[in-house]
Design a binder for this molecule. Structure first.
Ligand code: 5GP
Ligand code: MN
Length: 324
């Protein structure tokens, strides 16, 4: 680890020691990396320090309910915290309604993240775009602080890394990632338990939603571009929620001719969440940034505040510009 990392970790330690009330906060629509890095870091800090709270900025998917420490994670009143640690959040909008409260109170923020689009909004920013996941950065921080990683912490960090690398398939997976994972496995992580809970647990309702959504699949640009949509009506008809759409955009991307896949998720009337994935050469973070979103080269997202048909046309136009 380089010196600038070590000196930042030292400042983080000092700040934690000198704060009365500390909150670790997830991002909205939290994924495995957001929750895994929060719980992993939080459980580790709890061993050494008091007054560490786990704050959810949104509802948490039930697939994460097996994670150690998850019962401590809930939406809380954050007016009285003197230190907030954000995890996996590339900008302040990612923590939803908490953004305004923190800005008004001028709360000290430690920003720990791996998104290249991170805006360095924290008072201390530990941002490493070369890390596979925020969980991998937390592992390095805990090692630097000499805090023991037990089986529970290892399980949370394993989930962070596994989910954010698409089970070690994405380019973000490095040899260092595997060294970290190897060490986590040595702590007694139960892979079968994680696999069943995260990857082999699809509900029948979600399966029905996928069947409906796949019927909306369109292939454009010589079949290089796949687009699918999920409307409020489809969610209602299958008794599912927005979280159940996870995995659909990857299914579209995995069609052999496809380079870019897009899912349109109708959160409500005139609010469309867009998920983007690419396979080889298109940088979908550039497309998401055009609509004030962000993410990575091969996985990104944004929100368009318009009706689903207009949002669809806007994103099609932008993607087709990039596909040439
Ligand atoms: P997903 O499609 O799984 O929700 O998101 C894929 C990636 O894009 C994730 O790395 C996530 O952090 C990023 N992402 C998704 N939506 C947004 C957004 O609205 N703003 C930013 N900055 N990043 C996003
Ligand atoms: Mn992440």
């Amino acid at each position: 680890m380089n010196n600038s990392f070590k000196s930042k970790v030292k400042r983080v330690k000092e700040k934690i020691e000198n704060s009365k009330r500390i909150g670790l906060i997830s991002h909205i629509q939290p994924d495995g990396d957001s929750i895994g890095s929060l719980l992993g870091f939080g459980l580790a800090l709890k061993k050494e320090y008091k007054n560490i709270d786990f704050i959810a900025s949104d509802k948490i998917g039930k697939q994460f309910s097996f994670l150690p420490g998850i019962d401590l994670l809930s939406e809380k009143d954050i007016e009285d915290y003197d230190l907030i640690i954000t995890l996996d959040s590339s900008d302040m909008y990612r923590i939803g309604e908490y953004k305004e409260i923190l800005e008004k109170k001028d709360t000290f923020i430690i920003n720990i993240d791996h998104h290249i689009s991170n805006t360095s909004y924290g008072d201390i920013n530990i941002v490493n775009p070369d890390a596979s996941s925020t969980g991998e950065i937390i592992y390095e921080i805990l090692n630097t602080l000499n805090i023991d990683i037990d089986k529970d912490i290892a399980t949370c960090l394993y989930v962070s890394i596994s989910t954010d690398t698409g089970s070690f398939k994405y380019d973000s997976t490095t040899s260092r990632t595997h060294i970290v994972i190897s060490d986590l496995l040595d702590k007694g992580v139960n892979i079968n338990d994680i696999t069943i809970n995260l990857y082999q647990n699809r509900s029948l309702q979600k399966t029905k939603l996928f069947i409906l959504a796949i019927e909306t699949l369109e292939l454009l640009s010589d079949n290089k571009f796949a687009i699918v949509k999920v409307t409020q009506e489809m969610l209602k008809d299958t008794d599912t929620t927005i979280k159940d759409i996870d995995g659909l955009v990857e299914f579209a991307r995995d069609i052999e001719t496809v380079e870019v896949a897009c899912v349109l998720k109708e959160l409500k009337d005139n609010e469309i969440k867009i998920g983007l994935r690419s396979k080889e050469y298109i940088d979908v973070s550039e497309i998401a940034v055009k609509f004030n979103g962000g993410g990575h080269k091969k996985a990104s997202g944004c929100t368009i505040k318009d009706n689903i048909d207009k949002a669809k046309q806007m994103i099609i136009d932008e993607i087709q510009k990039h596909l040439g």
